[in-house]
Design a protein around this ligand. Sequence first.
Ligand code: BTN
Length: 323
Amino acid sequence: MNINEQLIQLFVSNQDVFLSGEELSNRLACSRTAVWKHIERLRAEGYVFEAVPRKGYRFISKPDKLDIEHIMEQLQTRIFGRKILYYDEVESTNTLAHAMVLEGAEEGTLVIAEHQTTGRGRMGRKWHSPKGKGLWMSLVLKPQITLQFAPQLTLLVAVALCRSIRKLTSLQVGIKWPNDLLIEGKKISGILLESSADEEKLQHVIAGIGISVNLDLDDFPEELRSVATSLSIEAAQQIDRTQLLCQFLLELETLYELYHEQGFAPVKLLWEALNVSLGCTVRSQGPQGVIEATAEGIDDAGALVVRLADGSLTKWYSSNVEF
Ligand code: BTN
């Protein structure tokens, strides 16, 4: 057993007790500086200790790690998430999922990581993905649709996610076009769909989903604190990531099957009922500068229908739309 493992064992078998630096250094036969360094290393991995001068350290909690066996026991889907590739750390689950498809990954394969070092957001942005605090995942989809209908899937994923959060919490989550999930104007989740097509035929879609589940305010970089939040901050309690993941995969699979059977109409109805963006002023960067309009609805392809200042209606497809 290495020193970190011995430390964990000592703390776990002495729960609620303060262990002084001196006692730890004697028990582990190392210096007090080494003890402090090991404790800091464990903290960086997500272990929580209370430190009190002259008393020492008290063990509070272990890092929240996803357990694939536990997920499989709770999962009620037929296909989605039946094969899970779980990583402690990756650059981006979307990047990895693309690579897995090239190696033959089937529809429903889920790539999930505790931490992303370079999580990707829409429009080239970064996605902040701290260790053990969220659900950072990518699902392989092979939908039977042509490329022009791919935007519908974006709305479909947002609906499934919104419904699953509403089922597990009493939080009033809403969707901002096309697929941002907000609670009282602050973002709690982002969806990045990346497709690969051959002519008009979709080969596969990687649905990348990031949910800020158990982040505390100080887990967010300063610049995000006024615009982003987490489920645990809003619900004032920790959220079970496994339960949320399983509920989401079930909602998504059910809606995806309905979409293949009945088309976009039922998804559109659900999206409209959950949206918080219609009626709002929206802006888009056009060749002649910024254009302002009012969001009026979505069309059958998932595009945003907006009313311009002259009263005419038009459609905005690009996600380069600011609310
Ligand atoms: C957005 O900009 O709102 C989309 C964010 C999407 C983030 C998720 S986290 C899992 C997956 N892997 C990535 O690199 N990005 C997506």
